[in-house]
Design a protein around this ligand. Structure first.
Ligand code: IVH
Length: 678
């Protein structure tokens, strides 16, 4: 009984350690049941001995009255802003300004992702979280302690030998998955959605009720020590980050030390390409001078330190005028509304059109012709209209309605009861549908016909040179000789591209045909089993559904397609056009070492290219899929692997294999390489 104070401290220390490994390092040390047991023991002891409850106990994240929410907090040191750079020229100008002040170049830099969230300041006294505040004016912020205590990645007590005083700055952000989930549930509850993850994070932190904050997917990265007393003396910002991490604070692993501006530029370039694959929103890179002595010498202007700069990515959201809403008919006949916009520079490109996804989205977002709208273009994602920006009192056009007739073939557009999309009822002879299908047919995901892009497809269809995919294989030089812009060389290239497509593996043809629900994964499974179009056409729905990985939906869709006389004729004509309708028989049976396994491959492998990897997997009875889930047997990580795939695999405990391990797996199967599945 007298042992309670001791045991309580012991339990707290143990739980803190497990929390740190789970929330900060993403590497759990204990299973859930073991953790729960400790937690329950601590709760029980604290209930029996209320006098032993302390504010830094892990049980006290929600509900501990500490200080008044949103009351003013004077920062120990003012928080500066950052000067911006938007080009490498501006980075160079920044370095030159510093060289003039120092009489030499700074001794190295640190580059950090600029996370787009909410700047916060945490103050730890004797290792215990005392107050958390917003940035506010930079001098005075608002108290958000009760809310930030609910974040599992904000330690209530620092680990190890804590300094007597630490004021640390960081960014609270919402994960993109958490953001999507939050908006989905708000949409369901008919509540207004958040425009982006930053707004959602800010809204979640500025809640009067900490349990609401606790329910949101918020996390923190810390990136700066404002005040440090009674700790080690550090000479570099990189050492500071290391130290903060050792105290159990969450430091972004994407940060790097950069010896010179060359490395800084390379980092910026890499992040410009890759930041969209991160599981959180970023709007740039922060570059800081590494040496703290250099930082001191450089000092600050009234607004911002001279030793740091924010390299801002091009804005990904802009406001512009919605000139009109039109529809496209896709290759399945689906009518997709799109916005015609007053052109605007966004996400690094001029955008004059943006998708509106489907009819319901137009109504849900309530965008109307003439509105000012937010347009978003992130990375290589298709630009989209996020929503209107309304001026109160201003007249608006009536809500948009789906046209009753297809603008391309004038057939009725219909939306069957209960379906999400409206479709042109004409079938494959609708010119828009045919064009989209042909474009899909020749695209890289389909038959991969070099030189047969959108414009050429459109031209050949318009003047009736071709009327369907099979006609492509009857094209000759005479079809191009008189055309403007076509030289002997470009004609020859196109014809060679078409000829090469005649010998594509059968799965590509199956995908290119555009059969509903049949993607590359399903097509590979089907062709691996049947090896020829004739045999696929002869298979029944049950035969197809008996293939591991093929469900009834795909099986039904394939047999339906094959039973259509028009499609049989198309296959026959492709054959006449000398398109291969069968895969060569394998020289010998390949051992099915991967049977029952589902693999995800990320990054480049040395021994084979993307197609080779897929073939190697399917030929051995395995499945190759593109995203990591609980069903994934292993993630194979090659050179420059995708960060979000790795993170996901680590999070859910999917084994991660090197190329070498993958090659052994192909050879021997999972024994001794993958853990036994329970
Ligand atoms: S350093 C003196 N580092 O960007 C340095 N700021 O104006 C002060 N931000 O709202 C900031 N990621 O919250 C720094 N790795 C990072 C950052 C970062 C995001 C935010 C910061 C502030 C704005 C800078």
């Amino acid at each position: 009984m007298s042992d309670a104070p001791h045991r309580v401290e012991e339990l707290r220390a143990e739980i803190r350690l497990y929390d740190h490994h789970y929330y900060i390092l993403d590497a759990p040390l204990i299973d859930d049941a073991g953790y729960d047991e400790l937690w329950r023991e601590l709760e029980r002891l604290e209930t029996e001995h209320p006098d032993l409850v302390t504010v830094d106990s892990p049980t006290q994240r929600v509900g501990a009255p500490v200080s008044e929410l949103f009351s003013p907090v004077q920062h120990l040191r003012p928080l500066f802003s950052l000067d911006n750079a938007v080009s490498t020229d501006e980075l160079e100008a920044w370095e030159q300004r510093m060289e003039r002040m120092l009489g030499r170049s700074p001794e190295g830099y640190v580059c950090e992702p600029k996370v787009d969230g909410l700047a916060v300041v945490l103050t730890y006294r004797e290792g215990v979280l005392e107050v958390a505040a917003t940035r506010g004016s930079g001098e005075v912020g608002e108290d958000i302690t009760a809310n930030l205590r609910t974040l599992s990645s904000v330690p209530l007590r620092l680990l190890g030998d804590a300094p007597s005083l630490l004021e640390v700055r960081g960014e609270v952000y919402m994960t993109l998955d958490g953001f999507d989930e939050l908006n989905r549930s708000r949409r369901e509850a008919e509540q207004p959605t958040f425009a982006n993850a930053r707004n959602a994070a800010a809204g979640s932190v500025r809640q009067k009720d900490p349990t609401v904050t606790a329910s949101r997917a918020l996390e923190i990265w810390v990136y700066q020590a404002g005040v440090l007393e009674g700790g080690p003396s550090l000479r570099r910002h990189w050492e500071v980050l290391d130290y903060l991490q050792s105290l159990g604070l969450r430091v972004n692993p994407g940060s790097i030390p950069a010896p010179g501006l060359g490395e800084v530029k390379a980092y910026v370039k890499k992040m410009l390409d890759e930041h969209h694959r991160l599981p959180y929103q970023t709007d740039g890179v922060v570059v800081k001078v590494d040496s703290l002595a250099d930082q001191d010498e450089l000092g600050a202007t009234a607004r911002a330190p001279r030793w740091a700069v924010a390299y801002k990515f091009p804005p990904e959201e802009r406001v512009t005028t919605l000139r009109g809403i039109q529809i496209n008919i896709g290759r399945t006949g689906a009518a997709t509304p799109f916005a015609v916009l007053e052109p605007v520079f966004v996400g690094g490109a001029n955008v004059g059109m943006a998708t509106l996804h489907n009819e319901d989205q137009v109504h849900q977002k309530d965008v109307r012709v003439g509105d000012r709208v937010v347009v978003r273009r992130a990375g290589d994602v298709i630009p989209e209209v996020v929503g209107p920006v309304l001026t109160p009192g201003k007249d608006r056009a009536p809500p948009w309605e789906m046209p009753k007739e297809c603008p391309f073939c004038e057939s009725p557009i219909e939306r069957p009861e209960g379906e999400a999309v409206a479709r042109c009822t004409r079938g494959l002879t609708c010119p828009s549908r045919l064009r989209e299908w042909l474009f899909h047919f020749s695209s890289r995901g389909g038959m991969d016909i070099e030189g047969l892009g959108y414009k050429t497809v459109d031209m050949l269809l318009r003047d009736g040179t071709i009327k369907g995919p099979a006609d492509v294989f009857f094209l000759g030089p005479e079809h191009f000789e008189e055309r403007q812009g076509w030289k002997d060389k470009s004609i020859q290239n196109l014809l060679e591209g078409i000829d090469a497509a005649r010998r594509r593996p059968l799965w590509r043809l199956l995908v290119a045909l555009g059969i509903r629900h049949v993607g590359p994964g399903g097509a590979r499974l089907i062709t691996a089993r049947y090896r020829s179009m004739d045999r696929i056409a002869a298979a029944t729905e049950e035969d197809l559904a008996a293939i591991d990985g093929i469900g009834e939906t795909i099986a039904g869709s394939v047999t339906e397609w094959m039973d259509d006389p028009d499609n049989r004729e198309l296959l026959a004509r492709l054959g006449e056009g000398r398109v291969s309708l069968a895969d060569p028989e394998p020289a010998e049976e390949i051992p099915q070492t991967l049977s029952g396994l589902t693999l995800v491959v990320t990054g480049g492998l040395e021994s084979m290219n993307r197609d080779g990897v897929q073939n190697a997997i399917t030929a051995r009875g395995g499945r190759a899929v593109s995203s990591v889930s609980s069903k994934t047997s292993a993630l194979v990580a090659g050179a420059s692997p995708g960060a979000s795939k790795l993170a996901k695999a680590e999070q859910i405990g999917t084994p991660i294999l090197t190329e070498e391990q993958f090659l052994s797996l192909l050879e021997q199967g999972p024994g001794g390489i993958l853990p036994d599945r329970v």
